[in-house]
Ligand binder design. Structure first.
Ligand SMILES: Nc1ncnc2c1ncn2[C@@H]1O[C@H](COP(=O)(O)OP(=O)(O)O)[C@@H](O)[C@H]1O
Ligand SMILES: [Mg+2]
Length: 384
């Protein structure tokens, strides 16, 4: 089945559309990558999202407008992926949507909201769309995240040693081979917020780690940031920009006077590296397979490496899945599983009471024709 996976993470930088041919062969799920197109949000929509996301406030009218506009933007990315990557022969779209709120309190998740009305995607592509993946896991008692954990576990099964999958997006998350998975804390979220704040909006992120590279880590600020209770919570746990936004940094800066922008960004980069590395060590990892936009920040990756002597640090590219595309491929897999009546979660990873078939399905032009349910769950993911 030819599937397009659509993903935009908490960084809301771009809609990533990855296409893959997926099939079940014996107990393996075979994924043949067809490529990635990345469609940046236009400035108007990006600003509207930024204003509505925490710590901003919004209205139901604006939520409706965003749901439509994000849905249309996702639809445009899907149409482009079908044309450029699939020869117009895609059969299914799996859309994560844009997370605008993740309702977590004291380690428990009560709800999550992803915008990007799938009807626009179905209408534009003519294809059935699986969307709203996260709420079912929450209704089953889970965190609704990290949902890539199932794909990570299938993919890393059988690899020697103790490999962990690490995705550094706006938030960073980790999957360990014992089936635990959780958000470690900020990935690029605070670095982005600081870069944007210090540059008056000119920089959306610390391009190539340039600011951090010129600065020095301010140890007292780092210590204060590490006091955030989230880091000490036991897994399963998930977080979002409801916690890790500019206000979080401003609070931590109180009493330090004016610090150079470079030092603040270097310190935030060290914070991500430290919290990621602590989680990697706690998992007893011998190898880290990293993905996400954070892997493109060389200062961050060098700091992660320094915190993890003796642990092999690679990117998912080395294993055949481009770091920028991994999450979008993972959602293509989750959509494929749903279409085949197969569960998309691992209870130990999300904390749910049981694994569930995820998502809501919007029929395509041909009405709803689903493949026959698959016999059993795949045991591993193999790249074709
Ligand atoms: N060249 C780069 N230098 C530094 N950081 C980068 C670079 N490219 C991407 N990033 C970081 O990656 C983030 C986007 O990563 P992504 O995996 O798309 O996250 P999300 O899943 O949250 O959208 C950007 O906000 C930025 O912080
Ligand atoms: Mg992104």
């Amino acid at each position: 089945m030819r599937v397009i996976g659509l993903m935009s993470g908490t960084s809301y930088d771009a809609i990533d559309a990855a296409a893959a041919d997926l099939s079940l062969v014996g107990d393996s799920l075979v994924l043949e990558p067809l490529g990635l197109v990345s469609e940046p949000y236009d400035d108007v929509l990006r600003e509207a999202l930024g204003a509505a996301l925490p710590p901003g406030t919004t209205s139901m009218a604006e939520v409706c407008r965003l749901d439509t506009r994000v849905g249309q933007a996702f639809a445009a990315a899907a149409v482009r992926a079908d044309r450029e990557l699939c020869d117009g022969r895609a059969e299914l779209v799996a859309s994560h949507g844009q997370t605008v709120y993740h309702w977590a309190e004291e380690g428990k998740v009560f709800g999550t909201l992803q915008l990007g009305q799938p009807a626009w995607i179905a209408e534009a592509t003519g294809l059935p769309v699986v969307a709203d993946f996260r709420p079912r896991d929450i209704a089953a008692g889970g965190q609704g995240a990290p949902l890539v954990s199932l794909v990570d576990l299938l993919w890393l099964r059988g690899r020697p040693g103790t490999p962990v999958a690490l995705n550094i997006g706006g938030i960073a998350n980790l999957t360990a081979p014992d089936g635990t998975a959780f958000d470690t804390g900020p990935g690029c979220a605070l670095i982005d917020a600081a870069a944007r704040g210090f540059s008056g909006g000119r920089l959306a992120y610390d391009v190539d780690g340039a600011l951090a590279g010129r600065g020095g880590v301010h140890e007292p600020l780092l210590m204060r940031l590490l006091e955030e209770p989230y880091y000490a919570l036991p897994a399963p746990k998930t977080t979002g920009k409801e916690l890790f936004h500019l206000g979080h940094l401003r609070d931590a800066l109180t009493g330090f006077g004016t610090l150079p922008a470079e030092d603040v960004v270097a310190t935030l980069t060290a914070l991500t590296a430290r919290t990621v590395a602590d989680a990697v060590c706690a998992a007893g990892a011998t190898e880290v397979i990293a993905s996400g936009g954070g892997t493109r920040n060389p200062v961050l990756m060098a700091m992660v490496g320094q915190c993890l002597p003796g642990v092999a640090l690679r990117t998912s590219d080395e294993l055949g899945l481009p770091a920028a595309a991994k999450e979008a491929y993972a959602f293509a897999v989750l959509g494929f599983l749903t279409a085949h009546g197969l569960p998309g979660t691992v209870p130990s990873a999300t904390g749910a009471r049981h694994a569930r078939v995820l998502g809501s399905i919007t029929p395509g032009r041909e009405g709803l024709r689903l493949p026959s349910p698959a016999g059993g769950r795949p045991e591993r993911l193999v790249l074709g």
